[in-house]
Design a protein around this ligand. Structure first.
Ligand code: ZN
Length: 184
């Protein structure tokens, strides 16, 4: 019987990281800099409200967080480690290779500069999740995570023009990564 853990453990994080790296490779989105990005398990701390964080060039995954706590309370399903890692690697990708998406393209696809907050009057249908409505960079990371979740099948979003356009941009990135010679 597998012992169910209510915290993020090192083996579970290692497994999830390997799985997500494979997804990035499979979709042509794995870059040299991503391959060098460390993933740290961090102890219970004030970051308890975050499922994951990206700062100082590394992904940080809190051992105890809002998802694992929710699980203890029966509020949330199994902590979606992979989902969180996909998102955090998105931040890493943007930080390491900002040239992948030009300022002009950010404006066209996301409606603002990279990291720019969204204004009040936005349409839910234009965003993949509530959290994506935070700012344009979170939107990119949430959309990227969803792109992996649906295994690159972006047509299922064809009725949501804005989301579709964001997915379409992500679908373009492998070509650029290859051309720029930054593929891992
Ligand atoms: Zn984020």
């Amino acid at each position: 019987m597998t012992k169910q853990s209510n915290t993020v453990t090192l083996p579970s994080l290692q497994r999830a990281t390997n799985a997500v790296e494979k997804e990035f490779i499979k979709h042509g989105l794995y870059t040299k800099r991503l391959a060098e990005t460390p993933v740290y398990l961090i102890p219970a701390s004030s970051w308890i409200m975050a499922e994951g964080l990206y700062y100082s060039g590394a992904v940080h995954m809190p051992q105890v967080n809002i998802l694992t706590l929710g699980r203890v309370l029966g509020l949330s399903p199994k902590p979606a480690l992979r989902e969180t890692l996909r998102h955090e690697f998105g931040h890493a990708m943007l930080e390491h290779n900002p040239e992948l998406i030009s300022p002009k393209e950010w404006k066209t696809v996301f409606g603002g500069a990279k990291g720019e907050s969204y204004e009040y009057e936005i349409d839910d249908d234009d965003f993949i999740t509530d959290y994506a409505q935070t700012d344009t960079e979170e939107d990119f990371c949430e959309t990227l995570a969803a792109y992996f979740r649906v295994k690159g099948d972006i047509d299922r979003y064809s009725h949501f023009e804005e989301i579709y356009n964001k997915m379409k941009l992500i679908q373009e990135l492998p070509k650029r990564i290859k051309k720029m010679g930054i593929r891992a």
